[in-house]
Design a protein around this ligand. Structure first.
Ligand code: AMP
Ligand code: MG
Length: 360
């Protein structure tokens, strides 16, 4: 389908800093009006770029699914800018939910509650529960307020592609499909929010992220992790409907290599050489520590092994760049699954279709 609409692209930053002038205020006002009248606006958040629509308008949610090419049984997260708004869209706020909101909002945590009447089924993919997050990014907060308080927003990419952490990739996927794109500063976190199901006790992590299990448990005690998260195959139906869909995938065939450092480097170089002989273009995801030891067409540094936050913030940009480079084969080191490493490995394994090679 050819793009059918004109997308207004606006920029609220200079040298990667949000400018707080009259122009920015007017942009946010205009974007708020677009959302209130049922249109779609992509905007920066601290996790990844979001594709927003009015969460209480069923037509807007339908439009989001269309723009993304996303199946409509994959529910959306509602973004709010104040805790008072939470009361309007959920049946009740359990004690543990309040405690987590106090500890981590605004920030990269999404919580699932029983929904109230005013939330349309279109927004929750037909579920009786609703996912809610309060972002910390100032543009996001201003936009939510300008839009009336409730923005439904998945990541601003075409369904199945890696989430955009750079405005360039929002434009690539969404130009011609939505009303407005707001370009912002560099995304801080780079991974989607942690999702916790608060309708269960103990609550269950459905998607790992920057806020780790340990951080949640420090506030509310025991938290469980959904079994399907790090396994590709499971006979159990995933609790979060989105988990059943292919996600975060680059175009090239990606493999994760696990083992002792020297073995991993040798294995990646051998595989890269073989793929090259077959006429394929090869990309390698390397850590700062090992980058000098690889040979491939494109070698990209994801950051230091010691710095998970850096790795998280580079990950999606690198996957999208490999698409730009036309890479056919992607080989990556594995990372520690401690702390935020768990979320990083979750996204990389999904991107690779759970193709992991374990060297003994
Ligand atoms: P995103 O892909 O960042 O838009 O996040 C949306 C994901 O949140 C969905 O794919 C689901 O996995 C999850 N989600 C949203 N709402 C619910 C809900 N009510 N129950 C369970 N999971 C949900
Ligand atoms: Mg997404």
């Amino acid at each position: 389908m050819e793009p059918a609409m004109i997308t207004k692209i606006v920029d609220v930053k200079r040298n990667n800093v949000i400018i707080k002038d009259e122009d920015t205020i007017n942009i946010i006002k205009e974007a708020g009006l677009i959302l209130k009248s049922g249109g779609l606006v992509a905007f920066p958040t601290e996790t990844v770029y979001g594709l927003g629509g009015d969460a209480l308008n069923p037509r807007s949610s339908e439009k989001i699914y269309n723009a993304k090419g996303r199946p409509s049984d994959n529910p959306l997260i509602i973004h709010i800018a104040s805790i008072e708004k939470l009361e309007q869209i959920v049946e009740e706020i359990p004690k543990k939910g309040k405690a987590l909101a106090n500890a981590f909002w605004p920030g990269p945590l999404t919580m699932i509650f029983h929904k109230s009447e005013i939330v349309p089924d279109e927004t929750t993919g037909g579920l009786s529960t609703v996912a809610v997050r309060m972002p910390s990014h100032e543009t996001a907060i201003a936009l939510i307020e300008a839009a009336g308080g409730f923005i439904a927003a998945p990541s601003a990419n075409l369904s199945g592609r890696p989430s955009p952490t750079v405005a360039k990739y929002v434009i690539e996927d969404m130009d011609g499909r939505i009303d407005m794109i707001i370009e912002g500063d560099a995304i801080e976190i780079g991974l989607e929010s942690t999702i916790v199901d608060m309708t269960e006790d103990p609550p269950v992590i459905l998607r790992p992220g920057f806020v780790t299990k340990e951080m949640l448990e420090a506030i509310i005690g025991k938290v469980k992790t959904d079994q399907t998260i790090l396994e590709g195959t499971s006979t159990k139906a995933p609790k979060a409907p989105g988990m059943k869909y292919r996600h975060y995938a680059p175009k090239g065939e990606m493999s994760m290599i696990e083992g002792k450092t020297e073995q991993v480097i040798t294995c990646i170089n051998e595989r890269a050489k073989k793929a090259k002989e077959e006429g394929k273009k090869v990309g390698v995801i390397a850590t700062t520590e090992n980058i000098m030891q690889y040979e491939a067409d494109y070698i990209k540094c994801i950051g230091s092994k010691q710095n998970e936050e850096q790795i998280a913030s580079q990950l999606y940009r690198i996957l999208r760049e490999f698409d730009d480079d036309g890479v056919d084969v992607i080989l990556s080191e594995c990372f520690s699954e401690e702390g935020m490493g768990y979320a990083i490995m979750n996204r990389l394994l999904k991107a690779s279709g759970y193709r992991k090679i374990i060297l003994k």
